[in-house]
Design a protein around this ligand. Structure first.
Ligand SMILES: C[S@@+](CC[C@H](N)C(=O)[O-])C[C@H]1O[C@@H](n2cnc3c(N)ncnc32)[C@H](O)[C@@H]1O
Length: 271
């Protein structure tokens, strides 16, 4: 059938073909004849596969600095299926090797590594908050996401049962409220540009909250983590994926969780 988005797959090989090869040099020649950039996803025959990869043009896999765009050059993936048989896909759903987005990390300012989830989300998607945007950050402590949003110049209203790290709470534009994200009634909150949730909660509970916001039409963009316990709640994940205009992804730094995103279409996307 036609390719489908599969939330848990970080990279989908969209045009896989088997390529018989006679030698290491022959393998490298045949891959290079298809396109320049290839990533080896090695599963077996590692040494022979590495020798083929060494003969291919160098592909930079340097970590990104946040704000850099995702690569635009196509990156194919290949593996050595048998010593004389390559499995390769010139088209892949992610421009990153195996769908892994790596950053030069900031080990000083953010109080948790959760900020990497937002860096990745904003690198993969065409939109991010900026000055003049009002963001709600539910389940914000210790403040990695709030730090990202305030660093982008947005106003952040953050809610958690716990305190933010003091250096984040002191950032311009940040207001923190101790309480439950479930206690906030969208009817009383007013219009917001972005709603973020990284709250530890059952996904079906989050779904109830989100559908109330959507029904009211008072929030333009959503980025929420769906956190699973031992069992994955596939039914609720499918309900999130079915919300029109939304997307469910497994980010490089998501563990047993998914990221659900719904962005208001920009005028050029509507035309
Ligand atoms: C994974 S941490 C969030 C990390 C945060 N996004 C960051 O970047 O630092 C989950 C947070 O959810 C909060 N939390 C759990 N239930 C909550 C609720 N009902 N309302 C608000 N916060 C909640 C916890 O206190 C915890 O701080």
């Amino acid at each position: 059938g036609l390719p489908r988005r599969v939330a848990w797959a970080q990279n989908i090989w969209e045009s896989p073909v088997f390529i018989p090869i006679e030698s290491i040099g022959d393998g490298a020649r045949k891959l290079s004849a298809i396109q320049r950039n290839w990533h080896l996803h090695s599963e077996e025959h590692h040494r022979r596969a590495a020798l083929i990869q060494e003969k291919l043009p160098h592909v930079s896999e340097k970590p990104l600095r946040f704000g850099d765009p995702a690569p635009t050059a196509p990156l194919g993936s290949w593996t050595l299926w048998e010593p004389g048989l390559i499995l390769a896909s010139a088209r892949c759903s992610s421009p990153f090797p195996d769908g892994e987005v790596r950053f030069h990390e900031n080990k000083i300012d953010p109080p948790s590594r959760a900020y990497l989830k937002l860096w990745e989300t904003f690198t993969l998607l065409p939109k991010r908050p900026g000055p003049g945007d009002l963001c709600l950050d539910l389940g914000s402590a210790p403040g990695g996401w709030t730090w990202v949003l305030a660093s982008l110049g947005a106003q952040v209203f953050s809610i958690d049962k716990a305190h933010l790290a003091p250096q984040v709470e002191a950032m311009p534009g940040v207001t923190h409220c101790i309480g439950s994200g479930f206690a906030l009634d969208p009817r009383h909150a007013g219009a917001v540009d972005w709603l973020f949730s990284d709250m530890i909660c059952y996904p079906d509970r989050l779904y109830e909250v989100i559908t109330r916001w959507i029904a009211l039409g008072s929030c333009r963009n959503f980025v929420c983590t769906l956190k699973f316990q031992a069992e994955t709640d596939h039914i609720t994940a499918a309900k999130f994926a079915a919300i029109p205009g939304s997307r469910v992804m497994h980010l490089s730094c998501n563990k047993h969780e998914l990221t659900w995103v719904r962005l208001e279409a920009t005028p050029d996307q509507l035309s």
